[in-house]
Ligand binder design. Structure first.
Ligand code: AVI
Length: 329
């Protein structure tokens, strides 16, 4: 189940392993070089999701320690009727960062005569395949994929004749991977797009740090492999010479900031080269790769109000691990 944060620009044709990155510099190439040159060193989590990273993320979603996916699905399943009542008939669903279009099926099954589904994803190929499978299973539904970066202002097609309200769908706590100012900007953009309808959004809740720690430090090392895949990707696509054994996955809960932080820590002094450029790492120096912010119910609602929404309903699981909010726009 892929619901990639922030999405990738289309993956450039790959040069051979460790070949110099002589092609026009990709967004990934620019981001890696700038991220390594900056202090603190940092690369956006949107670059996790190449084909290998997306597969690793799918495995994360199945891990016993990683509760968000199954907990959110449980909420959507248990509360589908109530959610559908808030949304109403003939809805037009807009999914932000739609990935493989799996969670939306729970919603579509519960809604009364959903009219049209507009999944937005930057990866066109992936999106078309998933849309074709959805069309086959929901022949009455108009499925109209939109290949775009949903964090950028975008214009949606005019409402279909007879359509009910326009409903955004943003599951998976992907909002938590934004910086706080980016999260607000995204919600403001969504509130404008969805005026007259609303946003159904899933966000992970603040909880016992031990549970959070385990979710991002699984026993099988899948999250570590997901994190380190960024370096493998840089080697493959940019001709970098990261020694993957020279870096360790580091994930911890930053309680004051209510977020998991993921980093890659250099295990020894080393120099990494990309083409002509050299980047020196001290032992213990880190490259930041992801924030995963956690929310309180009230905190998310307050943020939504600042963005122009009216929080209308919230559903959680019995252990209050995760929350799904209906925000009227
Ligand atoms: C996609 N996103 C909401 C995941 C999260 O939990 O922040 C990405 C992830 N990173 C490590 N494990 C999962």
């Amino acid at each position: 189940m892929r619901n990639p944060l922030f999405q990738l620009d289309p993956v450039p044709r790959m040069p051979p392993r460790n070949a110099p990155d002589s092609a026009p510099v990709s967004e990934f190439g620019r981001a890696v070089r700038a991220g390594l040159a900056g202090r603190p060193r940092s690369i956006s989590p949107k670059f996790f999701y190449d084909a290998a990273g997306s597969q690793l993320f799918d495995r994360i979603c199945e891990l016993p320690e990683y509760y968000p996916t199954r907990t959110e699905l449980g909420i959507l399943e248990a509360r589908a009727g109530d959610i559908a009542a808030h949304i109403g008939p003939n809805a037009e669903i807009v999914e932000f960062g739609a990935g493989s279009l799996t969670k939306v099926r729970l919603l579509l099954d519960a809604l009364e005569t959903p009219r049209r589904y507009l999944p937005i994803d930057i990866s066109g190929e992936h999106l078309e395949g998933a849309a074709a499978r959805l069309r086959a299973d929901y022949p009455q539904l108009a499925v109209q994929p939109i290949v775009a970066d949903y964090t950028m202002p975008l214009v949606l097609p005019a409402a279909a004749p007879g359509a009910g309200s326009r409903v955004g769908f943003f599951p998976g706590s992907t909002l938590g991977n934004f910086q706080p100012d980016e999260a607000l900007a995204f919600l403001q953009l969504a509130a404008r797009l969805l005026r007259g309808g609303g946003l159904l959004i899933g966000v992970d809740l603040v909880k016992d740090p031990a549970l959070l720690h385990a979710a991002y430090n699984d026993a099988d090392g899948v999250t570590a492999a997901f994190n380190l895949n960024l370096l493998r990707r840089a080697n493959e696509e940019l001709g970098a010479d990261f020694d993957l054994a020279g870096f360790a996955h580091a994930a911890f809960y930053n309680a004051p900031r209510q977020r998991i932080e993921m980093h890659l820590a250099s295990l020894r002094p080393q120099t990494v080269r990309i083409g002509e450029e050299a980047f020196v790492f001290e032992e213990g120096e880190t490259l930041h790769t992801e924030y995963s912010h956690k929310f309180t119910v009230d905190g998310l609602r307050a943020l939504a109000v600042r963005a122009g929404f009216r929080p209308a309903a919230v559903w959680t699981d019995p252990d209050r691990l995760f929350s799904v909010h209906w925000l009227a726009a």
